[in-house]
Write a protein that binds this ligand. Structure first.
Ligand SMILES: [Zn+2]
Length: 118
């Protein structure tokens, strides 16, 4: 897929973002949080992700080693994105692709991730 700019947000619309991605790699992960929340992430450098609205509406959820900072809308509860670090230490944004406007999950190619084993 080619790289393009997408807009999106949480369910109630208070949190809004814009991002540039090719959606080449979307996770289908079996870890506890991805399974329970039905999360499919794509990973972006922070410069390719701009929060356009709702910064003050975000709640940060941490668990386990607190390595990934999950960002949830406090009103509708949707997890829009998370912040973390790659193994080399650089910052990365994990975007919940289900929050992209008009996305159809069935049309994406998912990459299986064995998060349960990590
Ligand atoms: Zn919301």
């Amino acid at each position: 897929m080619t790289e393009r700019t997408y807009t999106g947000g949480c369910h109630c619309g208070q949190v809004r973002f814009e991002c540039t991605t090719d959606l080449a790699m979307v996770t289908a992960c079996n870890c506890s949080i991805c399974t329970k929340k039905g999360l499919h992430f794509t990973f972006l450098p922070p410069a390719a992700f701009q929060l356009r609205a709702g910064e003050e509406n975000l709640h940060e959820y941490l668990f386990n080693r607190h390595a990934i900072r999950h960002q949830l809308c406090v009103d509708c509860g949707v997890e829009v994105f998370a912040r973390g670090r790659k193994p080399d230490g650089s910052e990365v944004v994990a975007l919940n692709v289900s929050c992209i406007d008009g996305i159809e999950l069935a049309k994406l190619t998912m990459t299986p991730i064995d998060g349960r084993a990590l």
